[in-house]
Ligand binder design. Structure first.
Ligand code: GLC
Ligand code: CA
Length: 565
């Protein structure tokens, strides 16, 4: 067994999307020096670690998730020296650093790929998946797999007259992990960054790295084909275990895997401590309660969200470890998504979501701007989207795109990843204090009211509430280790649950609706011997008794505690 301290079980991890966080030199793009200038802010929030979306060299077809040099920093973000300063400044503040590790694929500009495509027999050919096409003259792709971003997962290359596999855009060719040399390269990359002082990795689409031998055709699916042959593929656990042994476990790390397609059963295997693979995974089930397969809008029902919560809270208890998140750079903002139309109750709704999520078991993640209640951007034209995924979706429709455009736009307005990628709103000055130049992307016009500076001053702000909630959670054994039990499972408006540990219980009551909702404690939850510890309204609810909850009202009570403790 490794000697890991498992510090991530008692932490908050703050995710930075560097391009949109803070620009130090006026070129309109966030950068490392900008991050350094905000470390005190992150520390003050109470976070223990930062997960940094990719800052490596990249031609930026997918904003850094297409890496052309794993050992260097993209010039737009700074230099390796800036990075070293960042690590040193974080150390000073006792902040840990989690880097994104994007090794399912490289950029098509990575030197391995450039060499690989030169001939059919060069030493890098097997770093990727090159295959002959099917049909007459090999003009049909080798199999029917689709890219996660739409269209075939194969692109033909004239030079050697073969096709290469890419589960994302054609600028992101998939690495062949069955080649031991590739696995060794990844180990070396991991150790290179560990030596530079990083404390862990967020492993991008790590569930896709092992492909079934022979790359067989996938069964028919409406939105994608081939998944069953590369999601938790045949050697995934072996490869992760190996990478853990030769890389991840060389330090007191935290490794979180992006668990595309992860089931509870698989998550247990990935995150069970004895297996020594990953420490936690991001599953997507709660992110699909309002988007079928994360893509097609459907009516959000609280009941479905609660079912997902219960399933994962109970399912991983003492068997694995959860991660708690509502936002990241791949999804729209949570406000509005899970709360319905919050109208003038943005502050109450955002605090309620925080309580509902972060009193559960697992490692909490906060995505930049979530802590000030940033909202989706109002896009007014399809050409405003920047994300490569949008271009890909549109091209899938081919000549019919103009006909479908209004529908595509309607969906993207609420679903596009761009919604969460607008620059961080620091203050009410021009460009929200994000840059002194021309920002690379639109700034949400609501920055004049929704911004860090305002929220720091307002003692009832979302930001100050997050700080309070974080302080309450850190070191709290009931919240770290306690059992999760749901009440009012059938209630369409309320999320009610209890955490129990060593005779102490914490009861959480959340009204997800923008209306008054009655709550009646049952014999188990009614308890006069209780203390209200977190609340998103400014009045007291000293005892647990039948009550009418205000719109989005959320309460956290400690039970079984002597009255005046
Ligand atoms: C992950 C990243 C996403 C990226 C994709 C391909 O899902 O979070 O931003 O586009 O992988 O690397
Ligand atoms: Ca810059």
């Amino acid at each position: 067994m490794s000697n890991k301290t498992r510090w991530y079980k008692d932490s908050f991890i703050y995710q930075i999307y560097p391009r949109s966080f803070c620009d130090s030199n006026g070129d309109g793009i966030g950068d490392i020096q900008g991050i350094i200038s905000k470390l005190d802010y992150i520390k003050d929030l109470g976070a223990k670690a930062i997960w940094l979306s990719p800052i490596y060299k990249s031609p930026n077809y997918d904003n850094g998730y297409d890496i052309s040099d794993y050992r260097d920093i993209s010039p737009e973000f700074g230099t390796l020296d800036d990075f070293k300063t960042l690590v040193a400044e974080m150390r000073k503040r006792d902040l840990k650093l989690i880097m994104d590790l994007v090794v399912n694929h490289t950029s098509f500009e990575h030197k391995w790929f450039l060499k690989s495509k030169e001939s059919t027999d060069n030493e890098y050919r097997d770093y990727y998946f090159w295959r002959k096409g099917r049909g007459k003259n090999g003009k049909k792709p080798p199999n029917n797999w689709t890219s996660r971003f739409g269209g075939s997962a194969w692109t033909y290359d004239e030079k050697t007259k073969e096709w290469y596999l890419h589960l994302f855009t054609k600028e992101q060719p998939d690495l062949n992990w069955d080649n031991p040399k590739v696995r060794k390269e990844v180990e070396d990359i991991v150790n290179y960054w560990l030596d530079l002082g990083v404390d862990g990795f967020r492993c991008d689409v790590i569930t896709y790295i092992s492909k079934r031998e022979g790359l067989p055709n996938g069964k028919w699916g409406l939105l994608s084909r081939g998944d069953e042959h590369f999601t938790h593929g045949p050697n995934i656990h072996k490869y992760l275990n190996e990478l853990n042994k030769n890389g991840f476990s060389n330090k007191d790390t935290m490794i979180v895997g992006e668990g595309a397609g992860v089931t509870l059963e698989q998550a247990i295997i990935y995150t069970n401590e004895e297996n020594e693979e990953l420490d936690n995974v991001f599953h997507f089930e709660h992110m699909e309660t309002d988007f079928y397969k994360q893509a097609i809008p459907r009516k959000f029902k609280l009941k479905n969200l609660k079912k997902v919560f219960s399933k994962w809270q109970l399912g991983l208890l003492q068997k694995g470890w959860n991660s708690l998140y509502f936002e990241n750079h791949d999804f729209p903002r949570s406000l509005g998504r899970f709360t319905g139309d919050y109208k003038d109750k943005r502050v109450e709704a955002a605090k309620m979501l925080a309580i509902s999520l972060y009193m559960q078991q697992g490692t909490p993640y906060i995505y930049q701007g979530q802590e000030i209640g940033m909202t989706n951007y109002t896009f007014s034209n399809i050409s405003e989207f920047q994300d490569v995924l949008v271009q890909n979706i549109r091209s899938v429709f081919g000549v019919f795109e103009p006909i479908f455009r209004p529908l595509i736009f309607k969906i993207l307005k609420i679903r596009a990843r761009d919604n969460a990628r607008t620059p961080m709103q620091w203050d009410a000055s021009e460009n929200a204090g994000f840059t002194e130049g021309k920002p690379w992307f639109y700034i949400n016009p609501n920055y004049t009211t929704i911004n860090v500076e305002n929220e720091l001053e307002d003692k009832n702000s979302i930001l100050n509430f997050y700080k309070k909630l974080i302080q309450y959670r850190l070191g709290n054994e009931v919240l770290i280790n306690g059992y999760y039990k749901e009440y009012e499972g059938k209630n369409k408006d309320l999320h009610v649950y209890m955490r129990n540990y060593n005779g102490v219980s914490i009861l959480v009551v959340c009204n997800y609706k923008n209306k008054e909702v009655p709550f009646k404690p049952n014999p188990e939850t009614a308890n006069k011997n209780c203390k209200l510890v977190l609340h998103n309204y400014n009045y007291d609810r000293p005892i647990l008794e039948p009550m009418t909850l205000r719109p989005y009202e959320a309460l956290v009570y400690e039970l079984n505690k002597p009255k005046n403790s």
